[in-house]
Design a protein around this ligand. Structure first.
Ligand SMILES: Nc1ncnc2c1ncn2[C@@H]1O[C@H](COP(=O)(O)OP(=O)(O)OP(=O)(O)O)[C@@H](O)[C@H]1O
Ligand SMILES: [Mg+2]
Length: 159
């Protein structure tokens, strides 16, 4: 199993789901986030940050203008938003390629702006299904991250 689909019925539920994934991450990891404007990518990173141990008083905001925000946590967290990327090669200019090779958790919104998303360990697509409903689809590469996604599914099942 390297695919997982979760349904979230509220922003809070999405935060919890992402927080649980963040709590499970123990190794450097590259996560691609895709989905339309307003799907909940930034929201997801906010939950993930909590699970990784970014303190509550640090507000995780969209790096749309800065392109990359970094936070201290159990593993450094780098949050990139490539919506404004004009050319795939710009990931080198903004230092993202280097960050993705570093021992950190790197999460990239609008990852589809890159040449290829093959490099990512986990690819998450969020689809809008209704005003408050989102479908979160995750696909992992490699045994370690497939196990991680399986554990995420287990802790995400309703009691
Ligand atoms: N189940 C849900 N999960 C996540 N967000 C939801 C949900 N239901 C409603 N929302 C709303 O959807 C919006 C998601 O906004 P967010 O900024 O996270 O989207 P985004 O995918 O990062 O958009 P952009 O492409 O502009 O960066 C928020 O206003 C949030 O309250
Ligand atoms: Mg966003």
């Amino acid at each position: 199993m390297n695919n997982l689909t979760l349904i979230s019925n509220s922003p809070e539920e999405s935060l919890c789901m992402a927080c649980r994934l963040g709590s499970l991450i123990q190794r450097p990891c590259r996560i691609a986030l895709s989905g339309n404007l307003g799907a909940g990518k930034t929201h997801f990173v906010q939950g993930l940050a909590r699970g990784l141990g970014v303190p509550d008083h640090i507000y995780v905001t969209s790096p749309s203008y800065a392109l990359i925000h970094s936070y201290e946590a159990r593993l450094p967290l780098h949050h990139a938003d490539l919506y404004r990327l004009s050319h795939p090669d710009e990931i080198f200019d903004i230092g993202l390629a280097e960050l993705m090779a570093s021992p950190a958790v790197t999460v990239v919104e609008w990852a589809e702006r890159m040449d290829s998303t093959e490099i990512f360990d986990i690819r998450i697509h969020i689809a809008i299904q209704g005003e408050n409903q989102r479908q979160i689809h995750a696909q992992a590469s490699g045994l370690h991250f497939q196990d991680l996604v399986r554990s995420w599914q287990q802790v995400s099942r309703p009691a």
